[in-house]
Design a protein around this ligand. Structure first.
Ligand SMILES: NC(=O)c1ccc[n+]([C@@H]2O[C@H](COP(=O)([O-])OP(=O)(O)OC[C@H]3O[C@@H](n4cnc5c(N)ncnc54)[C@H](O)[C@@H]3O)[C@@H](O)[C@H]2O)c1
Length: 272
C-alpha cells in the first residue's frame, strides 16, 4: 500500500467524453494529482480543447485524442497514441454518453409508445456498445498487462425509474414530456456489464466498478432545478466537482479490494 492511499501519480488514465461537463472535471482532478490523462472525445479540435481546458491544455499530462467510442478502429487508433506516449493505461473511465436533456425535441420526449426506434439505437450505440468496445480494446490491453481499473459511469436513472413527476412543469397545454426510456435502459445495462467483467477479469487483476451519479447543476431551467431539488434528500443538485473524490478513489489503490460494485453518489435520491 502506498503511503498516500489515494496516490494516482503517473497513472495513465483514459477518460472517454473528457471534453464534457464531468469528464473535464475528472481529467483536471486526476492531472492535478499527477496522473497522465488521455481524453477520447468526438469533438477534439484545437478550438474546443482551448475552450474547455484553457492554458491547462498544453500541460504534458494531457493527451487529446479525437475518437469515436462506437468504432473499434477509432478506439484502437487512440489507444496506440496512448501506448506510444505513456504505455499501457492503468485505468479507463467510461464516461462518454448520450442523454436526452429536458429541452430535447418533442419526438424524443413524447410518450413511450411512440419513442423513436432510431433514438433508442443511437443511445444504445454510444452508452452500451461504446462502453463494451472500450472495455474490449482498452480493458483487454490492461488485462494482458495484469492490472487495471475500469470505471463505468451510470446514473440514478439506471437504478430507478426517472420520476416523471419532476417534469410536470413541461406539460402545459397540449405538451407532453417524459424523460425517455433509452437512457435509463442503457445505464442499467452497465451495472451487469460491470459485474460480468469484474468476475471475468478478476484473475487478471483488472477491477471493474460502476459509479452512479445524481443530477449535476448545469444552468438548467429554474423550474427543473426546483422540482429536482425538492426530490433530493440533500435538497440540491450536485456541483460538477463533487464526483472527483470517487474517481480518485477508484483509480487509486485505496479501492484495491473493490470490484463488481456500484458506488452511488446521489444526494440521497435513491434512499427513499
Ligand atoms: N451531468 C449529469 O447530471 C449526470 C448525472 C448522472 C450521470 N451522468 C453521467 O455522467 C457522464 C458524463 O455526463 P456529462 O453530463 O458530463 O455529459 P456531457 O454531455 O457534458 O459530455 C459527454 C461527452 O461525451 C462525448 N461523446 C458523445 N458521444 C461520443 C462518442 N461516440 N465517442 C466519443 N465521445 C463521445 C461528447 O462529445 C461529450 O464531450 C455520462 O455517462 C452521464 O450519463 C451525468
Amino acid at each position: 500500500m502506498p503511503k498516500d492511499l489515494f496516490d494516482v501519480t503517473d497513472k495513465v488514465v483514459v477518460v472517454t467524453g473528457g471534453l464534457g461537463q464531468l469528464g473535464r472535471q475528472f481529467s483536471l482532478a486526476l492531472a492535478a494529482r499527477g496522473a497522465k490523462v488521455a481524453i477520447f472525445d468526438l469533438h477534439v479540435d484545437e478550438r474546443k480543447v482551448a475552450e474547455r481546458f484553457g492554458t491547462r491544455a498544453t500541460e504534458n499530462r494531457f493527451l487529446f485524442v479525437r475518437a469515436d467510442i462506437t468504432q473499434p478502429d477509432s478506439i484502437e487508433a487512440g489507444l496506440s497514441l496512448v501506448n506510444a506516449k505513456w504505455g499501457v493505461p492503468h485505468a479507463l473511465i467510461n464516461n462518454a454518453a448520450l442523454d436526452s436533456p429536458p429541452d430535447a425535441p418533442a419526438e424524443e420526449s413524447g410518450p413511450f409508445e411512440t419513442y423513436p426506434e432510431d433514438s433508442w439505437d443511437r443511445v444504445m450505440q454510444v452508452n452500451v456498445k461504446g462502453v463494451f468496445l472500450c472495455c474490449q480494446v482498452v480493458g483487454g490491453q490492461m488485462a494482458a498487462a495484469g492490472r487495471g481499473s475500469i470505471i463505468n459511469i451510470s446514473s440514478i436513472y439506471g437504478l430507478v425509474s426517472p420520476d416523471q413527476r419532476i417534469y410536470e412543469y413541461r406539460r402545459t397545454g397540449s405538451a407532453t414530456f417524459f424523460k425517455p426510456v433509452a437512457y435509463s435502459a442503457s445505464k442499467s445495462a452497465l451495472l451487469n456489464l460491470t459485474r460480468y467483467l469484474a468476475t471475468y477479469w478478476a484473475g487478471s487483476n483488472v477491477r471493474v466498478n460502476t459509479l452512479t451519479f445524481g443530477g449535476v447543476f448545469n444552468n438548467q431551467s429554474e423550474e427543473l432545478v426546483k422540482a429536482y431539488c425538492a426530490r433530493v434528500p440533500l435538497g440540491r443538485m450536485a456541483h460538477e466537482d463533487e464526483y472527483n473524490g470517487a474517481i480518485v478513489f477508484l483509480v487509486s489503490e485505496a479501492s484495491s479490494y473493490m470490484t463488481g460494485a456500484n458506488l452511488v453518489i446521489d444526494g440521497g435520491w435513491t434512499a427513499w
